[in-house]
Design a protein around this ligand. Structure first.
Ligand code: PGA
Length: 273
């Protein structure tokens, strides 16, 4: 388990204008510089910052120009249902090529606020894969007091619906895996509430998804009210890692010191490259 790569993603949502996103990326890269150097090239840790669509290019340029050794990359927060063409205001997947290697798909805020269905999520997955990029598929129950088995059932069904829709859009499970699919379990009741799920729940979801998909190596992250104080509990220890492969961090990632503390907790369980 300890050799599995850890992925930590900062989801800045629509909180900051691009100039502040650049400043935040700079602060994170500066603070992490020394930690990453001590640890060596962090091949066992993948760090992605997900700024707004307008912040992607300036943040990616900053990271590549000034901090190439830090190995921090960017991810997009969403993608259009459409391919390139006459679709005013849309950003198709292929336009992220060379800018963002990964794209978040199906975040619960888009499902809730923009009515994004499993069908739409599946089409977006297919678009991301067709562009040669890696999808980060968000799944999550809105069952604050359900038992673990009911949650696992819900998330498995949500995953199956997205996979089936992706397949109808021309992208099967094998193609999703080959593209580097990562799943983020983000219970709706935990996002932005200060009330994270337990590691036990997140691990049960991760293993439920891996067994439903018959894919032991499927990377599953957790997201929802993760903060610096509790970061280490999501990773475990170097000799006893949890069944999770990383974190998707919202609110805490808007503060360089809090996000860096979360990354340091991840570094503590990774092996030096
Ligand atoms: P949060 O957001 O960390 O602020 O709860 C997580 C997310 O929505 O990805």
């Amino acid at each position: 388990m300890s050799s599995r790569q850890i992925t930590v993603i900062a989801n800045w949502k629509a909180n900051l204008p691009p100039s502040e996103e650049v400043a935040l990326a700079k602060a994170i890269a500066e603070e992490l510089g020394s930690a990453l150097k001590v640890k060596g090239s962090p091949s066992s840790l993948r760090l992605l910052l997900a700024p707004s669509a307008l912040g992607l290019v300036p943040v990616a340029s900053l990271l590549r120009r000034e901090y190439p050794e830090a190995g921090i990359d960017v991810a997009a927060q969403d993608v259009s249902l459409s391919s390139a063409g006459a679709f005013t205001g849309e950003i198709p997947a292929e336009h992220f090529v060379g800018i963002a290697p990964a794209i978040i798909v199906g975040h619960s805020e888009r499902r809730r606020d923009r009515g994004e269905s499993d069908e739409a999520v599946g089409v977006k997955l297919a678009r991301v894969v067709a562009a040669g990029l890696a999808p980060v598929l968000c799944l999550g129950d809105n069952l604050p007091s359900a038992d673990i088995a009911a949650r696992v059932d819900f998330v498995q069904a949500q995953c199956a619906a997205a996979f089936a829709a992706a397949e109808r859009a021309g992208c099967n499970a094998t193609q999703l895996y080959a593209a580097g699919l990562v799943i983020a379990y983000e219970p709706v009741w935990a996002i932005g509430t200060g009330n994270p799920a337990s590691v036990e729940i997140a691990e049960a979801i991760a293993s439920g998804l891996r067994s439903a998909l018959n894919r032991e190596e499927l990377p599953v992250l957790y997201g929802g009210s993760v903060d610096a104080a509790s970061a280490a509990t999501w990773f475990g220890t170097p000799s006893a890692r949890t069944g999770l492969d990383g974190l998707l961090v919202g609110g805490a990632s808007l503060h360089a010191d809090r996000f860096v503390a979360i990354v340091r907790a991840a570094l503590a369980v990774t092996e030096p490259a």
